[in-house]
Design a protein around this ligand. Structure first.
Ligand code: SF4
Length: 485
């Protein structure tokens, strides 16, 4: 099932072509909870760079602070110490969806309802949020944000849910799509994962023996915590002063939908996602890519940063030298919007310095993790050509991305995907390379330590495992909200 387009902005940086929608961290019972939350989301900054937030509890009430920008810009040591008291907390980093890069959407969402205060942090995307929101608005509910996450708070506050002995499972059964969630109440932290397990969520223990939860294990490493296990699809894990308990709100789906793009691009290479190290998965994809699409060349060059592990695998398999021919400038911001191709080409030159001595006169195999819109890739290829590359053979460590993602990754819309309705030869022409080859779908899946049936491949295959509520759901939702703000 292929779905229509979403409204997008005109930004053209590759980071904007493939945006993760968030990273989560939570800890219970630690004296320095706010600082641990800060460190936990700081380590996951790659999962969201537009806003950051932390909510803590002192056992009676909740305290929160959130702001636009990077974690280091939003928090100071004074804020962590004075504004976020308590021994437990949750944190969140976020990318906005279109039209929603606003402070009101920063998470954790902190709300007061009939049962007291609650903070909610979400990674993923609810495909039925639009339907639920319309239903609730029809009953007079007023929404304060443009996020899909807010509907969860309204579900929590629904009188027929409040009167249940354990409301959370009832609430979660209403949600469809991708969700890894953290809830902070004054007396407990609850972590839940959708029955398909789209997004990762791991449980760890700090050195002092406190339970913590994170989207990626790199956050556990950052605070010196030990990985214990993943939150299972369909599971709710409750952490309070008595320890950790588990219950289910749904059975895990027989066919899961772990997002393979976490391994291809999003996750930190040091993380173990869905039980598999990300760097090693990418290296295996690079090796497989070499087996599938070797070509005569002088060296293998990675496209920094996310193409590095796959390029290493390609070089090892092919026996060609691995050269760091492109050096990224890590201090070029991600937040500027460029009006024309000339400006975008110049921006690539600002972001990536090419070591001319390594590429001049050479036949290069350039390995990148993915090609989304193609314009950024073309700028990079032009820069290599300008530096004197004799031949450029681009090898991509995933299949052509032909379909949008509705489960928490903000890809460009279908029509703006370079591979949508184009052949590989046409794409090669557009991005101005001598040859172009993608990793096959089977080849990519063979590198995953998961059964094929448990992987989501919708953006490559068009096979959406959770139906979208209506063909225009997400874009319509965004447009509706844009009118309001
Ligand atoms: S569609 Fe692609 S990016 Fe989205 S969840 Fe599935 S594999 Fe991940």
């Amino acid at each position: 099932m292929v779905h229509p387009l979403r409204v997008i902005t005109s930004d053209t940086h590759d980071e904007y072509e493939k945006k993760e929608k968030c990273g989560l961290f939570g800890v219970w019972g630690a004296a320095d909870a706010a600082t641990l939350c800060f460190q936990g989301i700081f380590a996951q900054q790659h999962r969201g760079q537009e806003s950051a937030g932390i909510a803590t509890t002192d056992g009676v009430t909740l305290h929160g602070h959130a702001g636009m920008g990077l974690v280091s810009q939003v928090f100071s040591s004074r804020i962590l110490k004075e504004d976020l008291p308590g021994r437990s907390g949750i944190g969140h980093v976020r990318y906005s969806t279109t039209g929603s890069s606003k402070l009101c959407n920063a998470q954790p969402l902190l709300r007061e309802y009939s049962m007291g205060p609650v903070a909610v942090a979400h990674n993923g995307n609810l495909v039925n949020a639009q339907l639920l929101r319309r239903e609730y608005e029809g009953h007079g509910h007023i929404f304060q944000t443009t996020t899909d996450t807010e509907i969860i708070v309204h579900l929590l506050a629904k009188p027929t849910h409040v009167e249940k002995h354990d409301p959370l499972p009832h609430v979660l059964r209403h949600l469809q799509g991708a969700f890894s969630l953290l809830f902070l109440f004054p007396n407990r932290l609850e972590a839940a994962r959708d029955p398909h397990g789209f997004r990762p969520l791991s449980i760890g223990k700090t050195r002092d023996g406190h339970w913590c939860v994170a989207s990626e294990t790199c956050a556990l490493d950052a605070i010196g915590a030990t990985y214990v296990r993943d939150v299972e699809p369909g599971e709710i894990v409750r952490i309070d002063d008595s320890g950790l308990t588990s219950r289910r709100f749904a059975d895990a789906e027989e066919e899961g939908a772990r997002c393979v793009f976490e391994h291809v691009y999003f996750a930190n290479p040091a993380s173990n996602v869905f039980g598999q190290n990300v760097h090693l998965a990418r290296e295996a994809m690079g090796r497989q890519l070499a087996r599938e699409s070797m070509v005569e060349a002088d060296c293998v060059i990675p496209m920094p940063d996310s193409g590095r592990s796959a390029a290493l695998g390609f070089a090892k398999e092919s026996g060609l030298p691995f050269e760091e021919g492109i050096v990224p400038n890590r201090f070029v911001g991600r937040t500027f919007i460029l009006p024309d191709q000339g400006a975008r080409d110049r921006a690539v030159a600002m972001k990536l310095n090419i070591i001319t001595e390594l590429v001049r006169g050479k036949r290069l195999i350039v390995v990148d993790d993915s090609v989304v819109r193609g314009t950024t890739t073309r700028s990079k290829m032009r820069a290599l050509r300008a530096a004197g590359a004799r031949e450029i053979h681009l090898r991509v460590s995933c299949p052509p991305i032909r379909h949008p993602c509705f489960y928490g990754i903000d890809f460009a819309t279908a029509q703006q995907l370079i591979a949508h309705n184009r052949t590989v030869e046409e794409i090669a022409q557009f991005i101005e390379v001598d040859t172009l080859a993608y990793l096959s779908l089977d080849g990519m899946l063979s590198c995953m330590d998961l059964p094929d049936k448990d992987c989501c491949t919708a953006c490559w295959s068009g096979q959406y495992k959770v139906p979208i509520d209506s063909p225009t759901s997400k874009s319509a939702f965004e447009r509706e909200q844009l009118k309001m703000f």
